[in-house]
Ligand binder design. Sequence first.
Ligand code: ATP
Length: 230
Amino acid sequence: MTTALARLEGLEVFYGASQALFGVDLEIGPGQAVALLGRNGMGKTTTIRTLCRMQPLYRGKVWFDGRDITALPSFRAARLGIGLVPEGRRCFASLTVTENLIAAARPGPWTLARVQDFFPRLAERADQTAATLSGGEQQMLAIGRALMTNPRLLVLDEATEGLAPVIRREIWTAIGELKRAGLSLLVVDKTLSELLPLADSCVILERGQSVWHGTPTDLSPEVEQRYLGL
Ligand code: ATP
């Protein structure tokens, strides 16, 4: 029996007739941060969407907390404790910051007050609509929304993409604090210099397959060059 909090086994996924995942295996232990790496189009977002049960599977299994959740719809997976910060942020543009946060709320230690304390900017902007926020503030709101669901696993898909360096730093600091607070993380991000120091392990995807598993210190220049084009 596994001690993993989340486990993906042999994922195969199609978009119509086109196969996107050809066998993805991945495991996230409690309190662990896993970096999901790979060049553009290799299947990172598809893997994340499959874990969150937003994407139908052709073959494979998704486990969470010792339970087979392959057949569950995404809202049930979210309820079990998988919180997603999706690529592109996706907040409700016409709702205020606080309305966005409250709409996501589920019982647990992450309350509106705690999220506002964690990201003071969200308290300062409480009554503004999400549409009027800067990119960095929208990203904080997207993370805040996911925290309001009181997840046990937080999944971040390109959380720092397109942000100014100073805001990016703030987001990485926040992610580091969440890790230290014991939250399990699955993170996709292009900024390896920030991501790798935070990661306990890495999984590299190449053409829809997990082709390399290891710790950040195992990532040799050859592996980086071969799979990440660095
Ligand atoms: P990126 O870093 O560019 O976001 P990624 O590693 O997250 O890439 P995915 O977005 O998961 O990769 O894409 C994996 C493959 O599936 C790609 O070949 C992509 O073109 C294809 N794909 C993704 N979404 C769809 C879709 N909705 N319909 C058809 N094909 C898709």
